[in-house]
Design a protein. Structure first.
Length: 221
């Protein structure tokens, strides 16, 4: 298992002061989680390429872009140009993501695969060796601020066993309702990357919230 990494989701940040919110947490985190939603795959619309490009000009964090859209591959070149490092698509959109994984790599993007709470690990199993990051959703995608679905930990455990038994370098990211209350259990189940929106930007002190989250995932290391 890799060292634990924290990925604040800007979905819970103040969109009128994004640069300030990102700058505040930047020295304390490893990735920035960017939730792009199109109003089709999920019933919500967030932000897109111009916002990501603007953030790239004021941040040097690794840009972890979670695409909750029906045709994410159409935007790979523009996302790369905007400064995205890793593009994650949903298995529910591409039941066989072999071609789209190759397309992302050809554009210079790392590739991630996400699965919804109702999608079993078996759906992604044949493709895990193609991906840099497996995103296990612990809420139904579409909105920040939802409660963590505890059953997702079992899926993290199954994924961790598969990845370790095949000696794969794939990271496991847990996304949705993550807080210092449940992050330790997610770490124990095998997660490497912890996305948190509300727990960080919804806090009166986002830096302290990051540190609290880190302390809870590192307490077992
Ligand atoms: C939900 C998004 C999450 C969300 C997490 O569809 O994928 O990344 O921003 O936000 P919290 O931590 O508030 O659940
Ligand atoms: Zn996300």
């Amino acid at each position: 298992m890799q060292p634990a990494r924290i990925a604040p989701s800007i979905l819970a940040a103040d969109f009128a002061h994004l640069a300030e919110d990102v700058a505040m947490v930047e020295p304390y985190v490893e990735l920035l989680h960017l939730d792009v939603m199109d109003g089709h795959f999920v019933p919500n619309i967030t932000f897109g390429i111009p916002v990501i490009a603007a953030l790239r000009r004021c941040s040097s964090l690794f840009f972890d872009c979670h695409l909750m859209t029906t045709n994410p591959d159409a935007y790979f070149p523009a996302l790369r140009t905007a400064g995205v490092d890793l593009a994650t698509v949903h298995i529910e959109v591409y039941p066989d993501p072999t071609r789209v994984a190759a397309q992302a790599r050809a554009e210079g993007l790392a590739f991630g695969l996400a699965l919804n709470p109702s999608t079993p690990f078996e759906a992604v199993e044949p493709f895990v060796e193609l991906v840099d990051l497996l995103l296990v959703m612990s809420v139904h995608p579409g909105f920040g601020g939802q409660s963590f679905i505890g059953d997702s930990l079992e899926k993290v455990e199954i994924a961790r066993k598969f990845i370790d038994s095949h000696s794969l370098p794939t990271d496991i990211e847990i996304d949705g309702g993550v807080s210092s209350e449940n992050a330790r259990a997610a770490r124990e189940a095998g997660a490497d990357v912890f996305v948190a929106g509300s727990a960080i930007f919804g806090s009166a002190d986002p830096v302290a919230a990051v540190q609290e989250l880190r302390a809870s995932v590192e307490s077992m290391e």
